[in-house]
Each structure stands twice: as structure tokens, then as C-alpha cells.
Design a protein around this ligand. Structure first.
Ligand code: ADP
Ligand code: MG
Length: 695
């Protein structure tokens, strides 16, 4: 591997520079571990009639019928029309097309390999790979790797074919045996894995699907195995070294609450999770626990009961929410639940007035306030506690890992941390993504809930929709109408929201309509929310500020406008805003008739199920590889290059089991059996440092 990349045949200084700039490929080893994402069956030739917009790379066989240069300046391009007798497709080159312009002809048969697109009903293909008078026999059973290439590389004509050629030359220079093994021999043998060298060769030059699967499995396993080893080691360190405040009893507050303030019997799942938390709190170790529960499963009660264990023993607790609306609502609900119990509770957000703020800060510092509810204003340095022992973070997906760390610093003994999330994900995935957190799951809904009936409407159904909303309001219910707001700054989104608001005002002159969005002043938001909560307003037109946690049990209709612009988990969250009372609730997904395949699938999934875990699984499957949102990836010790936490969940589980087994036998990885492992961990950590320095 000593040879520099630029001296590999077919590379040279220019391409070496390009590979570095575009793909951060610096060494021959980097190139070998630049793994193709997809494979195309080169023996399969499509007809032009079969082509559709959502296809990936395919090949077609036919003749060019005409060539033409059009456009001016940077838009200048070379356009050819190509046919196979079933249809016509435009083939387009944007720059450096002279060599095609002079060499292509209308007599020969060509094989084009590329990704078709459809624009304004016209089929086209940009910068395909081309082969003149191809010998199709050589493609029999052949799998062509598709490398994730950038536009910059494609423009420099570094195509898939070129990549594969360069990789072949690297192998010629170093041989398969020269590739370092990174897993211990006993592990490779035990699970009949391919060697690393074989696996890497195979992913670049697959001969058949089965060997390719084995090779990909080996590489994914290796990657995930090291992630799991590192996570488990961190977790062991946390468990053995970080002391926490140990409770001796669950205290008088919880007992009193349970006896005389509880409005309903907790579900079995709520009780179990509270018990798991109690076990942590008395253990003497600092708790870092994640509570997962679908929307409406009653996480707030679990949080409240945990906080009462603390206050009853003379400690303080805080509850942190991602938005002011939600913090305010939690504060009001908790105040009501605890009425007359003598537990002092306060609200602290960015918009708390100076005088009030001063009082609250003083109360927290001297310990007279036992519970404080707030937004991330709570983690500011000015907020000092007398003895904070528990921090509950609601709806964690809005909070970063660093913010969690700031909470640790709020007490000399770090407070226990309870994270609550309504984004259900499979358990092993949760353990991986949330790294060092223990996971509890509330997998049971409070009794008597009726699933929200969900329907997919189109714009032409608007009259039917309004009639439906009117009926519900006549029965005393209320409705939400939500507009997507992808970026708070996008003016056009606000325009939709405002027009939607006016439209509803016009349609429902006999009722009151209010509007809620993130750019409103806090007082205006509070006022809108208050009017909706008390039932003075029947229809609330809002952005996703209501996505998280808002609880108005009387609302029974959730209309989601441009539903195709939301992800599945967001749709599920929004739908969770209704169906919180005893009456039947409805969710209506509004879209255009023309939808992409994925959007259609999302709408169907929403109409078919209300099970958050099922939805999460479809969601993960529909997302592209590497498409998990930032919070999901941010918990990982190393960057994943080939595995996908969502799609490879079985390998995730398997690698976790293996990592557990290894660490159980050799926790410090010092035995000869583990030398390769500890060396590879060092190397990975080193890479991470380098990464940190680059970005
Ligand atoms: P989430 O898990 O989405 O935060 P909440 O804590 O807001 O859910 O609870 C949703 C609703 O269910 C609230 O109105 C709450 O009062 C009610 N609830 C919670 N637990 C129970 C229970 N055990 N029995 C009946 N209703 C409950
Ligand atoms: Mg909640």
C-alpha cells in the first residue's frame, strides 16, 4: 500500500487531485474502500418504452437518429436523439462534448448505460457511458458496480468504468493478499467470513450475487462490529465510573401523588418503565436512560413520577422541552396535576420576563423551587441549581448531544438524565444510535383510545373536506390545519400558510380561526394557543410548531396540507395531536394527484396503520442509504461508509452480539486474541481525529 495514488496506472497527478477534492480519496487504500453503492445487471437491456423517472442506472440498445448543438454560453450542449424502435430518448452532453460530436454516427448500434430522467414528459439521459457495436455476450450474468460519483468527477469523465479500471490497477500493484486483515482470524473463521482482501476484491469485481452478498456482509459486519465495540466500551466506562445521586426511598411526594392525585391508573407499560427508572435512581450510578413511547402513550406521567421521586427526597428536577409552546403546556399541566401538594414548580423560557426570571433563578439557586419546566433556556450558565438531581428531556430529537452534556455540568454529581422520545425505532437501532443510553419502551396505549381514522384527499375534494370539518365542529370538536414549513426563512411557505388561513376564514365565517407559527411573538403564540385550548377558537391553521407534544384532547381533525412534503415520522407526530380524547378522531392528508412512488407509499402507510414502530420501519426503508437524519448518526463513534443502520438491522444485531461476546471474555482487549481489535480501534480513532481536523 506504500505506492502513492498518483503513481497508480491510469491515475496521474491530475486525477489524484480530483479524487482527493471530490471524494477525499488520498491513498490507494482509500480507493479500495470506496465501495460501490449499487450494482446493475449488465445482461439486462431495457426498451425505451419501459423507462420511467424513478429508475436508477439502466442500459438501452439502439441507434442515434440525429445530433444537434443548442443553447449559448454555459448552457451550450450537444443533444442527440436515440431510438430502439420502441421510443425516443434525448441524450445530452453539457461540456467537452467535441469528441462525441465527431465520433458518433447514425449507422452503428450503441449500448448506452445511464440514468434516465423525465422532464416535462420528455425522456432524457445525461452523460451516459457509451459502447459502440457491443458484444452483449460478455455481459452475461455480469454485475456492474455503480460508484457514488460526484458531478465534478463526471464532468472530468471519471465514470464508473474509469473507476473500476483504476481499482483494477491498484489491485495489480498490491495484490489481494496485500490487503490488511482487520478482524481476528478466530472471528473470521468462527462466522465463516470472507477475508478482508477477498471481500474488497469482490465488491469491485463481483462474479455472482451470492459472493457479492457475502462480501458486502463481511464489510458491513466489520464496520458495525467496531462501532458496537466502541459503544459498549463507552457504556461500560460510564457505568463503572460515573457516580450518581442514590435515592434511598421513592419518597413521600410520589406516594402522595399516587394515593390522591392520580387521575387514572397508569398502564402496565408506564408502571414497568417507572420501576426501571427507580432501579436506576437507587443504584448509585448516574442514570442515562431513553424512554421511547409512541405519541400519546403517556410519557409525561412517567416523567412526572420520576421527578416526584427526586423532590420527595429533597432534590430538584427539571423538564426541558424543545419549544416554548410545549414547555408552557407542560408547566400548566404539571401545575394542575400537582395542585395542593406543596411542590413548587416554575416555568423558565427565553421569553420569561426579567422580574419573574430573577425570582425563578433565585428559587432554583436556594432550592425553594423543586421543579422547573423550560426550553433550552435551562441550560444557560445563569441557571444555577441548589441540587439538581434529575433532568428530563422531552422529545429529544430536537436536542443535540452537546446540550445534553451541558446538563451534566449543572451539579457537582452529574444529574440523572431521562430522555423521552416519540420517534419509535427498533430497539437495537436505538441502542446503537443513542449510544450510551439505556432504553425503556412504553409499548402500550392508555385504554379506550380509538385509532385515528386516516384518509388521503386530493385538492378536488376540498368541498367534501370543508363539509366534514363543519360537521365535526357542530359536534363540538376542533380542527387543526397544518402547512409545511421546511425552512423558517422560506417566504413562499409563509405565503401558503397565510393564504390557507384566509381561505379557512372565508370558508368558515360562522366560526373562529386562528394562526400559529414560529415567527410570531411569544405573547401572540400563547394567546393563539390559549384561545384554541379553551375552545374559543374552532380551527387552528399552523405550521409544524404543533408537531411536538401539543395536547388539546377536544381537537378531532388534523388536516395536513401538502402532506407529500413531510416525512413519515413527522406525519405520524402530527397525527398524534388528535385522538387524544375519547371521541373518534380523523387525519386527512391533502396532496396533489401527481405523486412520486415514495410519496404514495408514505400516504398509503399512514392510511393503513397507526402503529409508530411499523411506520418507523417503513420510514427507514424508504429513506435512501446514509439518509438518516443527523441526530441518528451523531451518536456513533465512527462514520459508517457501507452499512445502513436502517436497512442492515440484522447485521447491527449480529455485530452487537459478537461485540458483547468479545468484551465479556476480554473487557480490556488485551489478550492475544484481541490484539487486532485494539489495533484497529486505535486506527479508527486516529482517522476520527483527522476527520475532526479537516471539518
Ligand atoms: P406522550 O407520550 O405523547 O407525551 P402524553 O403524556 O401527552 O403522551 O399523554 C397523552 C394523553 O394520555 C394525556 O392526555 C394524558 O393525560 C393521557 N394519559 C396518560 N397516561 C394515561 C393512562 N394511564 N390512562 C389514561 N390516560 C392517560
Ligand atoms: Mg409528550
Amino acid at each position: 500500500m506504500e505506492k502513492e495514488l498518483q503513481y497508480i496506472k491510469g491515475v496521474g497527478p491530475k486525477r489524484a487531485e480530483l479524487l482527493k477534492r471530490e471524494l477525499e480519496i488520498v491513498t490507494p487504500e482509500d480507493l479500495l474502500t470506496y465501495i460501490p453503492r449499487k450494482y446493475v445487471d449488465r445482461s439486462r437491456v431495457y426498451t425505451i418504452r419501459e423507462l420511467a423517472a424513478d429508475m436508477t442506472y439502466i442500459q438501452i440498445l439502439g441507434r442515434f437518429v440525429s445530433f444537434e448543438e443548442i443553447g449559448v454560453g454555459t448552457k451550450r450542449r450537444f443533444v442527440a436523439r436515440f431510438t430502439d424502435g420502441t421510443g425516443v430518448i434525448e441524450v445530452v452532453w453539457f461540456n467537452n462534448y467535441q469528441r462525441f460530436a465527431t465520433s458518433l454516427n447514425t449507422q452503428s448500434i450503441y449500448l448506452l448505460f445511464g440514468k434516465p430522467t423525465v422532464f416535462a414528459g420528455r425522456l432524457s439521459m445525461t452523460h451516459p457511458e457509451i459502447e459502440k457495436d457491443p458484444d452483449m455476450k460478455k455481459y452475461e450474468g455480469s454485475l456492474q458496480p455503480v460508484y457514488p460519483l460526484t458531478e465534478g468527477l463526471r464532468k472530468a469523465f471519471i465514470t464508473n468504468k474509469v473507476m473500476q479500471e483504476i481499482v483494477r490497477n491498484v489491485f495489480a500493484a498490491i495484490t489481494v493478499g496485500g490487503i490488511r486483515e482487520t478482524l481476528p482470524a478466530w472471528l473470521v473463521k468462527k462466522h465463516s467470513l470472507l477475508s478482508r482482501g477477498e471481500a474488497i476484491w469482490t465488491v469491485h469485481f463481483p462474479t455472482d450475487m451470492r459472493t457479492l452478498d457475502n462480501a458486502r456482509f463481511r464489510l458491513k459486519f466489520e464496520e458495525l462490529f467496531y462501532v458496537q465495540i466502541e459503544l459498549l466500551r463507552q457504556k461500560n466506562i460510564n457505568h463503572s465510573e460515573v457516580a450518581g445521586i442514590a435515592l434511598c426511598t421513592s419518597g413521600p411526594h410520589l406516594a402522595e401523588f399516587y394515593k390522591s392525585h392520580l387521575r387514572f391508573e397508569p398502564t402496565g407499560a408506564q408502571k414497568r418503565v417507572v420501576r426501571e427508572i427507580w432501579t436506576d435512581l437507587k443504584s448509585g450510578r448516574q442514570m442515562n436512560r431513553l424512554v421511547q413511547g409512541d405519541v400519546g402513550s403517556g410519557k409525561t406521567l412517567v416523567a412526572l413520577m420520576s421527578m416526584l421521586m427526586m423532590t420527595g427526597s429533597g432534590y430538584q428536577a427539571c423538564l426541558m422541552a424543545p419549544t416554548e409552546i410545549l414547555a408552557t403546556q407542560h408547566f400548566e399541566n404539571l401545575s394542575a396535576e400537582l395542585g395542593g401538594m406543596g411542590v413548587r414548580i416554575a416555568l423558565l423560557t427565553g421569553s420569561t420576563r426579567t422580574k419573574q426570571r430573577r425570582e425563578t433563578l433565585a428559587g432554583l439557586a436556594d432550592g425553594t423551587i423543586q421543579i422547573v419546566v423550560g426550553t433550552h433556556a435551562l441550560i444557560e450558565p445563569t441557571v444555577v441549581f441548589k441540587n439538581l438531581a434529575l433532568a428530563v428531556i422531552d422529545e429529544q430529537h430536537r436536542f443535540g448531544v452537546q446540550q445534553r452534556a451541558k446538563l451534566w455540568a449543572k451539579n457537582t454529581v452529574p444529574p440523572h438524565i431521562l430522555v423521552m422520545t416519540a420517534t419509535p425505532i427498533p430497539r437495537t437501532l436505538a441502542m446503537t444510535i443513542y449510544g450510551d443510553l439505556d432504553v425503556s419502551i412504553i409499548d402500550e396505549m392508555p385504554p379506550g383510545r380509538r385509532p385515528v381514522a386516516t384518509e388521503h384527499y386530493f385538492h378536488k375534494d376540498r368541498n367534501r373536506l370543508n363539509a366534514f370539518i363543519r360537521n365535526q365542529i357542530r359536534e363540538g370538536r376542533q380542527a387543526y390545519v397544518v402547512y409545511p414549513l421546511i425552512k423558517e426563512s422560506e417566504r413562499s411557505d409563509y405565503k401558503n400558510l397565510e393564504e390557507g388561513f384566509k381561505f379557512m376564514v372565508d370558508c368558515f365565517p360562522e366560526y373562529k380561526v386562528c394562526m400559529l407559527h414560529g415567527k410570531m411573538k411569544p405573547e401572540e403564540k400563547d394567546e393563539a394557543m390559549r384561545r384554541f385550548v379553551c375552545g374559543e377558537v374552532q380551527i387552528m391553521v399552523a405550521t409544524t410548531v404543533i408537531e411536538v407534544g401539543v395536547n388539546v384532547p377536544n381537537a378531532s381533525v388534523m388536516v395536513i396540507e401538502s402532506a407529500e412534503r413531510f416525512g413519515l415520522s413527522q406525519l405520524h407526530q402530527l397525527r398524534g395531536r388528535v385522538g387524544r380524547g375519547a371521541s373518534q378522531s380523523y387525519c386527512i392528508l391533502m396532496t396533489d394527484v401527481a405523486l412520486s412512488k415514495d410519496s404514495r407509499r408514505r400516504m398509503e402507510t399512514m392510511c393503513q396503520t397507526t402503529d409508530g414502530f411499523e411506520i418507523a420501519e417503513v420510514d427507514l426503508r424508504l429513506r435512501g442509504p446514509g439518509d438518516l437524519d443527523g441526530t441518528m448518526q451523531s451518536g456513533l463513534p465512527f462514520r459508517l461508509q457501507i452499512s445502513d443502520l436502517a436497512r442492515d438491522s440484522e447485521i447491527v444485531n449480529f455485530s452487537r452480539d459478537c461485540a458483547n461476546e468479545v468484551l465479556a471474555q476480554d473487557p480490556l482487549l488485551t489478550s492475544p486474541n484481541s490484539i487486532i481489535i485494539s489495533e484497529q480501534l486505535k486506527r479508527l480513532a486516529q482517522d476520527k481525529v483527522n476527520w475532526g481536523m479537516i471539518s
